[in-house]
Design a protein around this ligand. Sequence first.
Ligand code: ADP
Ligand code: MG
Length: 321
Amino acid sequence: MALSESDLITRFFRNCGAQRRDVVLGVGDDAALTECPPGMQLAATTDTLVAGVHFPHPTPPAAIGHRALAVNLSDLAAMGARPAWALLALTLPEAGESWLTEFAAGFGALARAHEVALIGGDTTQGPLTVSVQLLGHVPRGRALTRAGGRAGQLVYVSGTPGDAAAGLALEQGRLGAPPQAAPYLRERFLMPTPRVALGERLRDYACACIDVSDGLLGDAGKLAAASGVGLEMYYAALPVSRALVEAVGANAARELALTGGDDYELLFTVEPARAAELERALPQEQWNYRQIGVLRAAAGVVLTRDGTVMDFSHSGYQHFS
Ligand code: ADP
Ligand code: MG
């Protein structure tokens, strides 16, 4: 490596994230020390991004830095937890200064936006792989889980799923899109927006929550299974962006919304008796979420249109191949 490991860490990562008072000892010692707030439980998650597997190679380094943290922020958002501290294990083919500058800028901007301190990590040489651990906290006993769903609860999703899958296809040259739609869709893949504030607010209203990272239908099925119930999703209620419809057409847009990946939206359930309160406290236009279904007693996920069950095969990706 051109830079020594310790120079690299000092230069790019020592002051990369937010400064927090609860960090007793950050980057530089053998382990970091933090102060946990009383009455809180620790929420911990980790996600690894491998070049060529989880993002195309090449991808702008700032987007890789942003994304590596965003996917973890999304996991804590789904628990209703507040993020606080991150560790970054970085494996790099070579220590290119401009690559590191941009990567740290992308990671650091998102970290500071969410008041996350970078308290440690590891740096090694090898094929580009970025692994982030994110720690946060949630008031004792108040975390949202996948298992809190019961038959009758309303199912909501934030944002417009499917955009990121189209953005990835654009990045890979598998899809073309009109000029007014392409930059938005690309951005949705490259710079996902984790719904951290929504997740925290949902602690007061939601019964179950999951982040949508592997496709809406599949992740909805995971929540339903963890809750021991089934789920009916309304095809006509699926939120799709205008850009996605412009890029792929109305039907493929809904298929992508159901089966695409990398959305990092939240899917959550609410007791019908609490729905009006939720919508008063978190206005839908402002918080950008919508009801897309309901939990049912019978296991499995069904998609309905005008009250009849649709035969749906997972064909979203085939539109580009
Ligand atoms: P050790 O050999 O004890 O693991 P390192 O030389 O790997 O120590 O790391 C020195 C310090 O720098 C440690 O505090 C470690 O947490 C931190 N660190 C290493 N790599 C990174 C990184 N990519 N981002 C943030 N902190 C890092
Ligand atoms: Mg080390």
